[in-house]
Design a protein around this ligand. Structure first.
Ligand SMILES: NC(=O)c1ccc[n+]([C@@H]2O[C@H](COP(=O)([O-])OP(=O)(O)OC[C@H]3O[C@@H](n4cnc5c(N)ncnc54)[C@H](OP(=O)(O)O)[C@@H]3O)[C@@H](O)[C@H]2O)c1
Length: 386
């Protein structure tokens, strides 16, 4: 089998690439990489493998320079003779930004960029499977506090917290418009956070939100809302196994399901235990985020409910210096808190039936392995990045 993968320099894609490269039944892996030149592209792949000391087999893994934003990407790829024998495409590349300022780029990457890869797939003579990495959160923000099944999405009427999930829903429609059902495999991870092994995760995403929440301590969120979170190693392992499994479905959640779901409360207990010198966690109603933003602007009205928590306001002043510094953290946290409050859990029974894989470890258990990383994470730097 010969594989073409996009997004392999990313959080999940990197883990998938390393996993695929270890399989004897895969002959060659071609990786679409954004790079200035061949040397730069090889260096980028080298980083993917060296992060956790994995072997980079240069006889097996090859970079293909390209960008989903390139207008002629499909033609570039289709005219490359080395890519003629590709059987499987793993499309993991995406613009995953939650920030509104990137909305246009998110659409161009996740919808138009995906279309270019799908059109390339259609022209491959030996093409078998398009494995698309979607996202379970395409179900939208009106689905609350319940178990979500794969069949519910994509739903054109769904309302979204961020443009990113909307673009991912549109992407799935494009795949279905161009490819027959028997060539499509859609893996929809829930929320991927850190690694369940005692190693540096490939990306601070989501752990940044945890680290920020951990520093703020007064949290405007439903502490008992269920949270579907999995580690990146579990997600990659499940996705690669799914690719080789005898499948009975086209779409699979890669998720914690009910049994391994967590909650802000369960995570807070573990964090409180480790970071015991910080104030106790205090969960307040969601609407309080607005008040918190006013504190950060020094515009909190004198009758604000937030003044019932003076110890936290003092702690913020002592910890973050200028309160205005908090604005950046609160703004960054906003969409994460909204997702947290939805209480969505994604049914993983199809995955567990068709794939030889255990239930994932709940996030409040494996996060213990990421404490050293959380201690070092610079929340302000992270907030700038997203
Ligand atoms: N992380 C999660 O919690 C989560 C949850 C559910 C689903 N997913 C899905 O999983 C997939 C991977 O996400 P991730 O967390 O690994 O994201 P990530 O760390 O942000 O990685 C994104 C990857 O896409 C590549 N990419 C972005 N724009 C590109 C472009 N214009 N041309 C070529 N490559 C481009 C990036 O390349 P560069 O290195 O060059 O930037 C990187 O390799 C995405 O499809 C995402 O929707 C993620």
């Amino acid at each position: 089998m010969n594989v073409f993968i996009t997004g392999s320099t990313g959080f999940l894609g990197g883990e998938i690439l390393v996993n695929l490269s270890k399989r004897k039944d895969i002959n060659k892996i071609y990786c679409l990489v954004r790079a200035q030149n061949e040397v730069d592209a090889i260096l980028r792949l080298d980083k993917v493998f060296s992060l956790h000391g994995d072997f980079y087999d240069r006889e097996k893994v090859f970079p293909v320079i390209g960008n989903l934003m390139d207008a002629d990407l499909t033609a570039q790829l289709s005219s490359n003779p080395e890519l003629k024998d590709i059987n499987v495409i793993v499309h993991s590349a995406a613009n995953t930004s939650f920030s509104g300022i990137y909305d246009k780029m998110v659409e161009q990457t996740n919808i138009e960029g995906l279309r270019k890869i799908v059109l390339f797939a259609k022209q491959l003579p030996k093409f078998e499977t398009f494995l698309h990495i979607g996202t379970a959160t395409i179900c939208g923000k009106e689905v609350k506090h319940r178990l979500v099944k794969e069949e519910e999405s994509p739903n054109l009427n769904a309302k979204h917290v961020v443009s990113y999930t909307h673009s991912k829903a549109q992407g799935e429609l494009i795949i279905r418009e161009h490819l027959p059902e028997n060539k499509i495999l859609i893996a929809r991870p829930s929320i991927i956070m850190g690694d369940s092994r005692d190693i540096t995760p490939r990306s601070p995403v989501i752990l940044w939100a945890v680290a920020t929440i951990n520093q703020i301590r007064l949290i405007p969120a439903d502490q008992h809302a269920k949270l579907d979170v999995i580690s990146v190693d579990y997600a990659a392992n499940a996705i690669v196994k799914l690719l080789f499994a005898k499948r009975n479905h086209t779409v699979y959640h890669i998720s914690s399901g009910v049994k391994a779901a967590t909650s802000a409360y369960e995570l807070s207990l573990v964090l409180e235990d480790h970071f015991s010198d910080l104030p106790k966690y205090c969960f307040v109603k969601n609407e309080m985020l607005k008040q918190m933003k006013l504190v950060a602007k020094n515009k909190l009205p004198l009758d604000s409910e937030l003044l019932k928590y003076p110890e936290y306001i003092k702690y913020w002043k002592d910890t973050f210096g200028e309160l205005s510094h908090l604005r950046i953290l609160f703004a960054g946290l906003d969409p994460y808190l909204e997702f947290l409050n939805l209480g969505q859990v994604f049914d993983n029974s199809k995955l567990l039936q068709d794939v030889d894989i255990e239930q994932p470890i709940p996030a409040h258990e494996y996060i213990v392995k990421q404490m050293a990383y959380l201690e070092k994470l610079d929340v302000f730097e992270g907030a700038m990045d997203f």
